[in-house]
Design a protein around this ligand. Structure first.
Ligand code: AMP
Length: 455
């Protein structure tokens, strides 16, 4: 069984990892960390929830703290590109936690907030920069950031960056980096354009793949409720009203849809907040913070805003509308059953959405709803069917979700600022790889609470 010490990470990083309560590296960590420490380029095929962030953040912190190169003003040594603001802030949180005992600076640069504070943060130079591609290019265009000293780059969630139309910005950014560099690409899927990007910009990368994105984690109990489109809102209230629904994320396809559903839930007396791309950065942060701190029980979200939402203790994910892209279904339901807990995913599906449902079922290799047309009979909704009847875990859920990260980039955060987290059990993927039973948190042990880093 691999442990973190045998991966070759420096002692201060091992200490921070231990402080997070991680004992066994997840498969993506066990595969990628030694390769990255050896200086290789890496293509990682892994989705969120597999521990992939630590897989690239820990080697970056290791390299930079060992080399101790100065970072000139308006430059960064390592650059992590992510598709969304939320994911960027999430990675910023991880940098802070994992880099607690090394003296490296990091900052997060995303759109939707003013450039002034970011310009000030960049003016001193930052060791590790986390950014969304559009805003990063704004800074490059303004001359407030130069990339020629950047010798480590990570493309995180590359497939989603392409979905969001970031291919050209990514190519522009990669073209400006130091030629002698380490390039790391993480993606949940490997469609041809990502493969081409990897072929063009990575040098003999080591490819490491873990649990394909098509397999939703086993601890999620999935079901489908067939319902006419006009009855969806009432059905949603019926599902969410009981107190057992401790904390739920509801997915809609459109931003307006998210607002309307949120208003309806509030009118029905349920506490809800909406998060989507039309909301300002501060509105998104407020909504997410309220959800994490359990001041609102329900978060209504579109796919874009949901990337990077890593909240322990989300008990339910409701697909109010099915996504057009089947992979998004897998990603959505992965917002529950985090950190070893179990979760429930319910999809409200009207007959018009059956083709989308069929695509999802094909992807996950499982029938979620027994429909007449599948048996060659007449079309029409059937009663709900449990895909995998399962007992929900009796383990207590978090009532102490981590404080929200604001993403304020007014100064580069020193990585040594956050408090250690209480120990947590092995990551389920790690436990699995080590031949142990999948394990939720030890009974009675509080879920993790990260450092006091809300700024
Ligand atoms: P990620 O895939 O990076 O979004 O990580 C998913 C979750 O797994 C995060 O909450 C991490 O804190 C947690 N995690 C990452 N690595 C480990 C590990 N080796 N053991 C236990 N938990 C981990």
């Amino acid at each position: 069984m691999t442990d973190f010490a045998s991966l070759g990470l420096a002692e201060p990083i091992l200490r921070a990892v231990a402080g997070e309560g991680y004992t066994i590296p997840t498969p993506i960590q066990a595969g990628a960390i030694p390769a990255l420490l050896g200086g290789r380029d890496v293509v990682g095929i892994a989705q969120t929830g597999t521990g992939k962030t630590a897989a690239f953040v820990l080697p970056i912190l290791h390299h930079l703290s060992e080399r101790r190169l100065p970072t000139p003003p308006r430059t960064c040594q390592a650059l992590i590109l992510t598709p969304t603001r939320e994911l960027a802030c999430q990675i910023g949180d991880n940098l802070k936690a994992y880099g607690r005992f090394v003296r490296l600076s990091h900052t997060v640069v995303v759109g939707g907030v003013s450039m002034g504070a970011q310009v000030r943060a960049l003016s001193r130079g930052v060791d590790v920069l986390v950014a969304t591609p559009g805003r990063l290019l704004d800074h490059v265009g303004e001359g407030t950031l130069h990339l020629q000293h950047t010798h480590i780059v990570v493309l995180d969630e590359a497939d989603q960056m392409l979905d969001l139309g970031f291919l050209l910005p990514i190519r522009r950014i990669l073209g400006r980096l130091a030629l002698k560099r380490q390039t790391i690409l993480f993606s949940a899927t490997m469609p041809p354009p990502i493969r081409e990007l990897a072929d063009e910009f990575l040098r003999e990368p080591m490819e490491i793949a873990v649990a394909p994105a098509a397999r939703p984690i086993d601890r999620i109990e999935q079901s489908v409720v067939p319902v006419a489109a006009v009855e969806k809102r009432a059905k949603l209230v019926e599902i969410l009203a009981p107190r057992e629904v401790e904390s739920a994320i509801v997915f809609t396809r459109t931003k307006r849809g998210a607002d309307r559903v949120c208003e309806y839930l509030e009118a029905a007396g349920l506490s809800a907040a909406a998060i989507h791309g039309n909301k300002s950065q501060s509105q998104r942060e407020r909504a997410l913070a309220a959800f994490k701190q359990r001041r609102v029980r329900i978060l209504v979200a579109t796919d874009i805003a949901a990337r990077g939402i890593d909240v322990d203790g989300v008990s339910h994910v409701i697909n109010y509308e099915l996504p057009n892209v089947p992979e998004s279904y897998v990603h959505r339901i992965g917002r529950t059953a985090r950190a070893g807990a179990t979760g429930i995913a319910i999809a409200l599906v009207d007959p018009e959405e059956y083709p989308l449902l069929r695509d999802i079922e094909k992807l996950i290799g499982r029938t979620l709803l027994d429909r007449p047309e599948q048996r060659g009979g007449p079309r029409g909704p059937k009663r709900p069917q449990q895909a995998r009847p399962q007992q929900r875990s009796a383990a207590p859920r978090s009532d102490q979700a981590r404080p929200a990260r604001t993403g304020d980039a007014s100064r580069p955060a020193r990585t040594g600022e956050s408090a250690p987290r209480p120990a947590r059990g092995p990551h389920p993927a790690a436990a699995k790889s080590a031949g142990q039973p999948q394990q939720a948190r030890a009974a009675g042990q509080p879920p993790s609470r990260r450092g006091s880093n809300s700024r």
